[in-house]
Design a protein around this ligand. Structure first.
Ligand SMILES: [Ca+2]
Ligand SMILES: [Ca+2]
Ligand SMILES: [Ca+2]
Ligand SMILES: [Ca+2]
Length: 317
């Protein structure tokens, strides 16, 4: 970076100093201001580095005493107007991360890095003060449940000349995806996993940040969104579907809760849809026949999905 820079020093002489002149890189000398405190003379000038070349420079300081005797002193110095370069390996800008994640970055400079540090929301979370042309930071950052949401990561590097580079990333901490609990399934068959007719499902989805959407699907069917843009930490929901739109038999019901950062979990449960009656046949007696004594009744019952109970009723109760 180009900036004004102070050049100053002292000179002494037995009889007194008349003037101090300086020259950069053998260009013409010019006088600079002097002041004295007894026999010690202070000289001072302010140079804008835009007038100096990058890299090694020479400064000549010519001190002339009142007898016009002159002494020239040569000084070497380095001009560094080139900013450090910051390279970030992880995370990526805009990334959503979990409860711990890697921060990996480096800074390099044509001269040397004097300080490299990383801030999260203004607080330094990692630093490296090694003086080298290449300096890196690797940190496994643990959120310690500090809350979900947006964080500002700043990567800052200073070189030896005070030039600094600054890169800002926005990341999103998602400590937990949205989850679902308290799922209760009822249907015309009662409160159980055997469903017939209309089925009604209730439950709760929750998140440390907020629940955005909740979906359900049966098997590999289409996801159906039944909670949309809720944006609350917890939502009690319900949805219903007509089991007659599905084949009888075993199915899997999936309920997917998605949080504001896209984190989700899928709650899964088995259900059995059965909209067909059992089939009953009596094997050893016939309609309108008369029997005496005890009858050993033989009945065959079958069902496409599952049998729950069999009741035999007679006229006598
Ligand atoms: Ca002298
Ligand atoms: Ca530099
Ligand atoms: Ca979350
Ligand atoms: Ca059935």
């Amino acid at each position: 970076m180009n900036a004004p820079y102070d050049f100053f020093g002292t000179a002494t002489d037995d009889t007194g100093i008349k003037e101090v002149a300086i020259s950069f890189d053998n260009n013409s000398f010019y006088r600079v201001s002097i002041s004295n405190n007894g026999s010690t003379y202070h000289w001072y000038t302010n140079i804008h580095t835009s007038t100096l070349t990058e890299g090694n420079n020479e400064l000549y300081v010519a001190v002339k005493d009142i007898d016009n005797k002159t002494k020239i002193t040569r000084l070497l110095f380095t001009v560094d107007k080139t900013l450090p370069v910051i390279s970030i390996i992880s995370p990526t800008n805009g990334a959503t991360v979990g409860t711990n994640f890697a921060i990996s970055a480096s800074a390099s400079d044509n001269n040397f890095i004097s300080s490299f540090f990383i801030r999260m929301d203004g607080a330094v979370i990692a630093s490296n003060s090694t003086h080298a042309s290449f300096v890196s930071i690797y940190k496994n950052f643990v959120t310690n449940l500090s809350g979900e949401g947006e964080r500002i990561l700043e990567f800052v590097a200073f070189d030896g000349a005070g030039n600094n580079a600054n890169t800002t990333y926005t990341i999103y901490i998602n400590e937990n995806p949205a989850r679902t609990s308290n799922v209760v399934i009822t249907s015309e068959a009662g409160n159980q996993i055997f469903l017939k007719g209309m089925a009604s499902i209730t439950g709760t989805s929750y998140d440390e940040g907020s629940v955005k959407d909740v979906y359900y699907r049966l098997d590999s069917g289409e996801e159906i969104k039944f909670v949309s843009d809720a944006n609350v930490t917890s939502t009690n929901w319900n949805f219903s579907f007509d089991t007659r739109n599905y084949s009888d038999g075993a199915h899997k019901l999936f309920i997917k809760a998605v949080d504001n950062l896209g984190g989700y979990t899928v709650y899964t449960t088995n259900v059995f849809i059965d909209n067909s009656r059992p089939f009953v046949s009596v094997l050893n007696i016939s309609d309108y026949e008369s029997y005496n004594g005890y009858i050993n009744l033989q009945v065959s019952i079958t069902d496409n999905v599952s049998l729950l109970s069999l009741k035999v009723l007679t006229n006598g109760g």
